[in-house]
Design a binder for this molecule. Structure first.
Ligand SMILES: Nc1nc2c([nH]c(=O)n2[C@H]2C[C@H](O)[C@@H](COP(=O)(O)OP(=O)(O)OP(=O)(O)O)O2)c(=O)[nH]1
Length: 321
């Protein structure tokens, strides 16, 4: 069975809504909603094919785009390689040139069941920001301990989340016992509620189920011990990964994102061998979910990370200070 290489585009309006189109009834995955695009011609570069397809289907001329996510999916009757790009600039007004219905939808309102199965990670990618904050330890405390001064920790979190572009935070405090973690999580949840940020709990899934917060973050060890996505009433679940097999497991369980580390050498994980950007890109190439670059990277690396296939950058020291 051959591989069908497809380029599709994400157009956003000023309210953050994304353009989707309905596939014709008789077509493969017919009746479902998609990101506009289509098959590349043999040897055609992705950006050129994207521009051609969006001109044919929507009557617009793409002038700038950047990769969002690349995915492979096996439908049984067809294998697809999807290159999804964010369209950053275009000329013209989109219209359904092939008679297809169009709609503008906010990613958080998209129902994955109404899209082809391959698009699930695309919807996750659209719902996730490109900067991901991990909490650091308190002053004068090693990276594996909990914060020495919870008041200062919570105040620091509030200061950082005042920034409009940091909308997601993982509470990482491996030195705390369950009770202390729960207390701190409660206080962090209040800060997140006030700043409209999403809080991800890095703790035992059973403890996370009892705590406020939008999601769960799994260590690689917890991820590898699972046989299914944790059944927890939280919309967002991700995991730390350090290998191709962990990334494959995260995708297989239908997790929403992965953190892949360490890209560079870090003091907090001094013994770990850095991946470097080219190995990072190779691992992401085969991963079927959004992947953040972590480990010795900060905001200055955001463009580099995206060029190597990442959703964005995750960090402790770069953001926490
Ligand atoms: N455009 C697009 N195709 C998708 C998405 N998700 C997904 O699985 N696909 C699959 C469905 C199809 O098998 C394939 C796209 O092929 P297509 O038949 O629409 O391509 P095309 O527009 O060049 O069509 P045609 O000229 O061959 O009729 O990719 C998506 O979000 N957008």
């Amino acid at each position: 069975m051959g591989l069908v290489h497809v380029a599709a585009g994400v157009l956003s309006d000023s309210e953050g809504r994304v353009l989707i189109a309905q596939r014709p009834k008789g077509a493969h995955q017919g009746g479902l909603w998609e990101f506009p695009g289509g098959k590349l011609e043999p040897g055609e570069p992705v950006e050129q094919g994207l521009a051609r397809e969006l001109d044919e289907e929507l009557g617009i001329q793409v002038t700038a785009s950047r990769p969002l996510i690349r995915l492979r999916h096996d439908y049984g009757d067809r294998r697809v390689l999807l290159d999804i790009h964010r369209v950053l600039d275009y000329q013209g007004t989109p219209s359904g040139r092939e008679g297809q219905a169009l709609d503008w939808q906010r990613p958080e309102h998209m129902d994955p069941a109404r899209f082809p199965a391959a698009d699930r990670p695309v919807i996750s990618a659209l719902r996730l920001p490109n900067r991901y904050l991990i909490t650091g330890a308190g002053a004068n405390v090693g990276a594996h301990a909990g914060p020495s001064d919870p008041d200062a920790f919570v105040a620091r979190l509030g200061q950082i989340l005042a920034r409009a572009d940091l909308r997601i935070v993982q509470l990482r405090a491996p030195g705390l016992d369950a009770e202390a973690y729960a207390q701190l999580a409660q206080r962090c949840a209040n800060v997140c509620r006030d700043t409209q940020a999403r809080l991800l709990l890095n703790c035992d899934p059973r403890l996370a189920a009892e705590l406020p917060g939008s999601g769960l973050h799994l260590t690689e060890a917890r991820l590898l011990a699972l046989t299914e996505r944790p059944r927890i009433d939280k919309p967002l679940i991700g995991a730390s990964c350090h290998s191709a097999s962990a990334l494959a497991k995260a995708a297989e369980l239908g997790l929403d994102y992965a953190l892949l580390s360490p890209v560079r050498h870090t003091r907090s994980h001094a013994d770990a061998i850095p991946l470097g950007w080219s190995r990072f890109a190779e691992l992401v190439e085969d991963a079927c979910l959004p992947v953040y670059a972590l480990g010795g990277v900060d905001e200055a690396d955001l463009d580099t990370a995206i060029r190597h296939g990442a959703q964005g950058v995750a960090g402790i020291s770069g953001f926490w200070g």
